[in-house]
Design a protein around this ligand. Structure first.
Ligand code: IMP
Length: 428
């Protein structure tokens, strides 16, 4: 058995796509288990850039099966757009499996996402407006429509009618919004159903059979720990569980069947949307990080908020997910800095605390305790061995491992597959 989970350890956009793509080359199957088209993975292959939202990053590896498991909220429109775009670029899309239990993102989910954000005014979450939260709300409210319903014509027509009546009532009475048209939605989604039906199966039995047969499975987390609905900076979080435990519920694979957990850590820190960010740099350092790292959202194009690495957050993610190795990404973005800072502890009201505060009021008060490192001031994008990294870069990584108590397993020094330093040889 060989199963590996990849989780983001910060606020997302750590460069998980690149790490997944690298490891996917050794995997038989790559699985998305939570989130939906709110994810934005950029993968570079042979100098070409691919931006993926719903599709597992393993799609660019030949002979790798890609699974969209039950914990994902599935937007058929986005899926089909991605399929068409990949096909046009010559990518083979025949090896995809979609869970019959995944919930379907419907037009009303996107509308409620937008309306709810508007209602929140300056307390808005800054969602991607892809309908993710409202789709998970309906799942918990037991009025969700699943893929098995979508591909059953009669079942879908009935469920769509029932749910739409309720949604139109709320839209009109509570939001003064025009009702949605049943016939149009039915026709649109019947078209989607026809095209996605060939990909649909019971992914739970598929994955467990694969594991029992000794196949290599990679579970690709979207978003990250600090956006987890339980462990993140609630309410400024997404609606799913982007942690290793999310694999058990989101893919139907038992925790004891997971071998290795990789936490992806960007060498500095970014966040999109609202919410606390203790190491944020609202100054020229932040601007320099944004420019050097091209830190603009893959899905929304929004400029990302930027700051120094917060090792407290990474340590927390390591505890929650049981991270075996860090995959440190974008280390090359720090090449041009004279000095680099890392937050190694939080101070609140003059006291060092050993936890991530649950209360946003307290989190807003924390003062990051920084350590300062000399920059290495050379281009490291061609380095392929750990010992060839400049000594100052190694010092930075070694301190990161000491504070987080997690070993460095992979280092990424550029967007391409080959710009990767493998330190841990036992990941798969
Ligand atoms: P939602 O997932 O669209 O509901 O958005 C909730 C929060 O998660 C917002 O702050 C988003 O910016 C953030 N978010 C969702 N997906 C991603 C991602 O892939 N990367 C970074 N932030 C994300």
């Amino acid at each position: 058995m060989s199963t590996v989970v990849i989780n983001g350890t910060q606020w997302g956009d750590e460069g998980k796509g690149k790490i997944v793509d690298y490891l996917a080359a050794q995997a038989d199957t790559v699985v998305r288990f939570q989130g939906g088209s709110n994810a934005g993975h950029t993968v570079c292959l042979d100098g070409e850039e691919y931006k993926l939202r719903l599709m597992p990053s393993g799609i660019l590896c030949k002979d790798t099966t890609c699974v969209i498991a039950n914990g994902v909220v599935f937007d058929p429109q986005v899926f089909l757009e991605e399929i068409d775009a990949l096909k046009n670029r010559g990518v083979d899309v025949s090896n995809i499996k979609i869970s019959n239990r995944a919930h379907v993102v419907m037009p009303w989910h996107k509308i409620f996402d937008e309306l709810n954000e508007n209602l929140r005014g300056d307390k808005k979450i800054g969602t991607t407006k892809r309908g993710i939260g409202p789709c998970y709300i309906d799942k918990a409210d037991r009025i969700g429509i699943r893929i098995c319903d979508l591909i059953d014509r009669e079942e879908f027509a009935a469920k769509c009618r029932e749910v739409l009546d309720q949604k139109n009532f709320i839209l009109q009475k509570a939001y003064n919004h025009e009702p949605l048209n049943y016939d149009e939605i039915l026709a649109e989604y019947e078209g989607y159903a026809e095209r996605i039906a060939p990909y649909v199966c019971d992914t739970i039995s598929f994955l467990n059979d694969e594991i029992d047969a000794g196949k290599k499975i990679l579970f690709e987390g979207a978003q990250a720990t600090m956006l987890d609905i339980d462990y993140g900076t609630y309410p400024y979080v997404t609606a799913s569980h982007p942690i290793s435990g999310g694999v058990a519920v989101g893919a139907g694979v038992a925790p004891k069947k997971i071998d290795k957990i990789i936490g992806v850590v960007k060498a500095y820190c970014t966040r999109v949307g609202e919410g606390p960010f203790p190491t944020e740099q609202l100054n020229e350092i932040g601007d320099k990080l944004r420019t050097a790292g091209h830190e603009f959202g893959t899905v929304t194009g929004r400029p990302r908020r930027t700051g120094w690495l917060d090792a407290c957050v990474v340590k927390y993610a390591g505890q929650i997910s049981g991270v075996d190795y860090m995959a440190v990404t974008r280390l090359d973005i720090l090449d041009g800095f004279d000095e680099i800072k890392m937050c190694v502890a939080y101070e609140v009201d003059g006291k060092i605390i050993n936890e991530i505060p649950a209360s946003l009021k307290i989190l807003a008060k924390v003062k990051p305790v920084y350590e300062t490192f000399d920059g290495w001031k050379v281009n490291i994008s061609n380095v392929r061995k750990y010992e060839d990294l400049p000594v100052n870069a190694r010092k930075y990584l070694e301190r990161m491992a000491a504070v987080t108590k997690i070993d460095v397993g992979i280092i990424s020094v550029g967007p391409n597959r080959d710009q990767t330093i493998i330190v841990a040889k036992d990941i798969f």
